[in-house]
Design a protein around this ligand. Sequence first.
Ligand code: NAD
Length: 352
Amino acid sequence: MQDSFVYQMLPTRVVFGRGTSATLPFEADRLGLRRLLVLSTPDQAMLAEQVEQLLGGRAAGAFNGATMHTPIDVTERALEVVKAGRIDGIVAAGGGSTTGLGKAIALRTDLPQIVLPTTYAGSEMTPILGETQGDRKTTQRNSKIQPEVVIYDVDLTLSLPPAMSALSAFNAMAHAVEALYAPDTNPIVTMMAEDGVRAIVDSLPRVLKEPDGPEARASLLYGAWLCACCLGATSMGLHHKLCHTLGGLFDLPHAKTHAIVLPYALAYNAPMVPEVMARLRRAMAADDAVGALLDLGRDCGIPLALCDIGMPYEGIAVAVKQALRNPYDNPRPVEAAALATLLTRAWAGSGI
Ligand code: NAD
């Protein structure tokens, strides 16, 4: 038990369950919103139409141009729609990309946001926004970014393809794992992280077997929500910094990079955090938390090696150099030789 800590409650209202999208008009009225703009990706334009229908006369338009990495030019186009439509609130229906666009608009306008998440990425529970301009990515925290209402509707996740579900769930677990050993962790975050990992490890294999089974989907979404709360409440360590470095250097896919690196980053830190490892073993009902993550990734058909997703072997040395450039809090000091070993194993997918 920690004997001193700081815990900041996040102000988001959460509605969770099956069919909860139906509460959207009520939630909009609670916030006093009359002219809402619905955001989605081009792939989810149909979902945006359904959301507009749900909103009825409160819907004042849709913008279906959300895309990965929240490019600022897309945000600027959406802002023109906001201005022209005299929009007084945002409904983001989709994954982290759509949520990111809603957050970028809120940062610039302070408009209230209602989010209907359809993946397990967890952006909806954080005051964090990553934006890109050209190939430059900047990340910031700001209370304006935190959505006012999140409506988790299990039914909206049933269509997420199994492979994407697995990657997104690993992404969520990475938040909980790093929150457990974060310098600003606390007993509430610790409870959420342990229960989040437990729910995901238990439900993910069932979701992959029966992707439209609502019970396992509900448990997976619940776990992802808890993990997202952990991300919003703490600072991330080696795993997140390394994934950010690798993604930026070699243009690697975000979710796959997270899924591959997580067991290796955890193994790196494991000797310094025995209590965290005990919690993770309990959450995963396994004798070896790192081994359990590697096995789960294999069972879910997740790519197991960075070499399989486009990282060149020569990139290992480049990544080590870059990762050492900006120091940050991590349970185990980040040292060149040990980091090179970690990356060589993750590159080859050779296990620990
Ligand atoms: P995404 O939002 O990019 O979605 C990927 C694709 O899946 C899109 O084409 C989308 O239309 C489709 N899709 C989403 N839900 C679906 C569903 N239920 N059924 C069918 N198709 C569906 O992917 P993501 O992994 O949710 O989000 C990734 C982005 O979120 C990254 O840019 C990442 O940096 C960001 N992110 C931000 C935070 C934060 O706190 N700021 C946290 C996590 C992730």
